[in-house]
Design a protein around this ligand. Structure first.
Ligand code: ADP
Length: 283
């Protein structure tokens, strides 16, 4: 079974106080719990039972500071929208959450980011299972020039999650079903993914991101290249993954209509959190 195979791959660590989910990031253990005292940040940027706790996060590209002292909580089962003008640091910030910034040579991150009780910047944390746990979808779906099947099978293959061909087939089918694409592609799984429409390619990207059963899914402007109808379909898909599968969803957008899908909305400006709203109210 996919989840067992994944769990086998990943060392478990202490759970965060009050959270139910088991941490899957392998770390050095003894992860810091964020004390109540250090939670007073942007207004009351705290939630009960947080999945992600970010404290005093700063990001620098060389000498240039792109993120300034950002402290936010992201709850379990939450859809969070991050909104703000181009260049204000939204992508930089979400790339911190699965350590994608590690791949940028001159990028330096300080502060604390605790996912399900594990500080993901602890020295012992292995980024490979972290990135399976924290999936990403981008503005451009960028499917590999491979078949639809192989695009979705990529994650389980590189993470060694499926022991047999039938397990892999079941994982691909399950993921395409969750992405609402199975009926459209089940008879053409061997076709090149690049032959699909833009909306379908974005659904393949979602299927590819969720096949590793992530607990958190980031979507960086996932509707930026789509017309209104396809955009609404993708937003409905992302919110249904939250509602039905319990995946925490974090969406970057500069479109207020898309942000309206989220109960938690954070406005960034010049690398700072300007507003942190829950259920439409300032917190
Ligand atoms: P947003 O996602 O809100 O458009 P970004 O996170 O992409 O903003 O960018 C925030 C700031 O960091 C911008 O000033 C941008 O030019 C800078 N920046 C982003 N990526 C890099 C990089 N790889 N090297 C240097 N500066 C970068």
């Amino acid at each position: 079974m996919l989840s067992l195979a994944l769990t086998d791959k990943i060392a478990l660590a202490d759970t965060h106080q009050g959270t139910e989910a088991k941490p899957r990031v392998s770390g050095s253990g003894g992860t810091p719990r964020v004390s109540r005292d250090s939670r007073e940040t942007v207004g009351r940027a705290t939630v009960d039972n947080p999945r992600l706790v970010c404290r005093n996060v700063n990001v620098y590209y060389g000498d240039k500071q792109a993120i300034r002292d950002v402290s936010i909580d992201i709850a379990h089962n939450e859809v969070l929208a991050m909104i703000g003008p181009s260049g204000c640091g939204k992508s930089t910030f979400i790339r911190c959450l699965n350590r994608m910034n590690d791949t940028i040579e001159n990028c330096r991150v300080t502060g604390e980011i605790v996912l399900d009780g594990v500080n993901i910047y602890d020295k012992g944390v292995d980024v490979v299972p972290l990135r399976a746990q924290v999936g990403m979808v981008f503005q451009k779906p960028n499917p590999f020039p491979k078949s639809i099947f192989e695009n979705v099978a990529y994650g389980p293959r590189i993470h060694g999650l499926c022991g047999t061909k039938s397990e892999l087939e079941a994982a691909v089918e399950g993921s395409l079903r969750k992405a609402g694409l199975w009926e459209e592609v089940k008879d053409r799984l061997a076709d090149d993914a690049l032959t699909l429409s833009g909306g379908q390619q974005q659904r393949v990207a979602v299927a590819r991101a969720i096949v590793t059963e992530p607990e958190v899914l980031f979507a960086d402007e996932p509707t930026g290249n789509l017309d209104t109808t396809r955009s609404l379909e993708i937003m409905e898909l992302l919110t249904s993954l939250n509602r039905d599968k319990g995946i925490t969803i974090i969406i970057i957008t500069h479109e207020p209509e898309m942000a309206a899908f989220a109960k938690h909305v954070i406005h960034f400006r010049d690398g700072l959190v300007e507003i942190d709203k829950q259920n439409g109210r300032n917190t």
